[in-house]
Design a binder for this molecule. Sequence first.
Ligand code: CO
Length: 137
Amino acid sequence: DKIMIGKLNHVAIAVPSVKKAAKQYKNMLGAKVSDILELPNHGVKTIFIELNNTKIELIEPFGENSPIQSYLNKKPEGGMHHVCYEVKDINEACKKLQKSGAIILGTGKPSIGAHGKPVIFLHPKSFNGTLIELEEV
Ligand code: CO
């Protein structure tokens, strides 16, 4: 089969406060951090840590019914939330994965993600306990 998976786009870490977490990355690790981005439609506030080879996305719940809140209820100090891999063709990836039995969250179809690009999320149950985001680039 052809290779479908590309680069690691980002690792997302759920945190109670993106401001606090970004400060820590900046002051303790000397990392380059972005401004806060509020995404009410996705129920998150995010800050990106820009590394040479990838990004770390810090995500904080924003508004009611944030998908991040239930995660933080279980792990109040925060933790790794998902990894995001790049794919060239999200629709093709979607079809192939469904055929192989992966569980795609939500409608099962690509939707526009937090970075304005089409994404799908694979259920951790069908992928080694890891929430996986695939983003078309
Ligand atoms: Co993400």
